[in-house]
Design a binder for this molecule. Structure first.
Ligand code: 3HC
Length: 311
């Protein structure tokens, strides 16, 4: 029976169809999806902090309203993705506890500080730009709930990217000081945004299986290249310089030649030793503890409602 189930699963994957929660799936497929979707959800929730830092200090009511909407979107993306992960048999509490205990990964990019307003532009342009490159192919992930969640998330992400570009454009059309602030933010966010796509393909333990299972549609390096190709003309339009003196189009090999990426920094951040890892986790713990009374009240209310309808 298992052999038939495996054959059925392989057929669905080969036909580029969707695996749904009630379908049989190899345990390793389930495990890698829980791993990736939970980390993706954690990334969205932790990702609210760097930007939340500027909501009370936005330079205008318009900027404040846009930033508020963006941070609320990230919260929604996180809840969407936690729900998708729950269809695979892990509970919200387990995932939250793993994050709070520092046992769960989330995107390295959110462990960097946001010292100036221009960081809000650089995050929108670079971080959400990278997220779009990474998330559009995930709309076609073989696991139904994940792919469908991505469709909605990608629509909102494009607004995030555009508002970031517009913040930088405004600054680059401003005073010398504003231009320096924008360039400084691009200098600090460029390399970490390239690391968002994951390690080089030959150091990526999950890629082979995720690709065979049509979860991953393009390799880490392919998407990194696609992202750089997107950035070059936009950087020119902005008048900012991408902080890589070696960056040029290598026509012979049809790829962007870049300086070496500092993977030791990447692995340091993954090990929890990035500039802001401890702060991000402490804030998440504090939010969880100070929100406990809401969860208890909601659960108590649900019990009385259930009792009333039984009664
Ligand atoms: N940050 C943290 N961990 C990372 C990472 C990063 N930028 N890149 C890779 N890793 C981890 C992987 O999780 C894996 O560790 P694990 O086996 O313990 O999970 C290890 O490094 C090796 O990487 P692999 O390439 O083998 O792992 P994957 O095949 O999972 O590829 C990935 C990594 C491309 C990030 C893939 O997991 C993915 O596409 N995830 C979904 C997208 C996602 O999480 N994006 C985060 C962007 S931030 C965001 O979405 C918020 C937006 O609103 C800005």
């Amino acid at each position: 029976a298992e052999a038939e189930a495996q054959a059925r699963f392989d057929e669905i994957i080969a036909a580029d169809s969707r695996i749904e929660p009630r379908d049989w799936m190899p345990e390793a497929y389930r495990k890698t999806l829980i791993r990736q979707i939970a980390q993706h959800a954690h990334s969205e929730i932790i990702g609210m902090q760097p930007e939340g830092n500027w909501i009370t200090r936005a330079p205008s009511l318009k900027r404040k309203a846009i930033l508020l909407a963006k941070v609320q979107d990230e919260a929604g993306h996180g809840l969407y993705l936690y729900s998708a992960a729950q269809t695979l048999g892990i509970t919200r509490e387990e995932m939250t506890q793993q994050l709070i205990d520092g046992k769960a990964k989330y995107s390295s990019i959110f462990n960097y500080p946001t010292p100036t307003w221009a960081d809000m532009g650089a995050i929108g342009w670079l971080v959400d730009g990278a997220a779009i490159c990474n998330q559009v192919p995930l709309c076609r992930a073989s696991y139904g709930p994940y792919g469908r969640a991505m469709v909605r998330i990608c629509k909102e992400e494009s607004f995030h990217q555009r508002q970031g570009f517009e913040i930088l454009l405004t600054l680059m059309r401003g005073t010398e000081a504003q231009q320096r602030m924008a360039q400084d933010a691009v200098n600090r966010w460029y390399w970490p945004s390239l690391m968002m796509f994951g390690p080089p393909d030959d150091e990526s333990p999950n890629s082979a299986r995720s690709t065979a299972w049509k979860i991953k549609r393009f390799s880490n390096d392919d998407l990194r290249q696609r992202f750089i190709g997107m950035l070059v003309p936009q950087a020119e339009a902005l008048g900012v310089t991408l902080p890589d003196p070696e960056l040029r189009w290598d026509a012979e090999n049809e790829r962007w030649h870049t300086s070496e990426i500092d993977w030791s920094e990447f692995y340091e951040v993954l090990a929890g030793r990035g500039p802001m890892n401890a702060v991000r986790l402490q804030n998440r713990r504090d939010a969880h503890e100070s929100g406990a009374w809401v969860r208890e009240a909601a659960a108590a209310y649900a019990r009385t409602q259930a009792a009333r309808s039984d009664g």
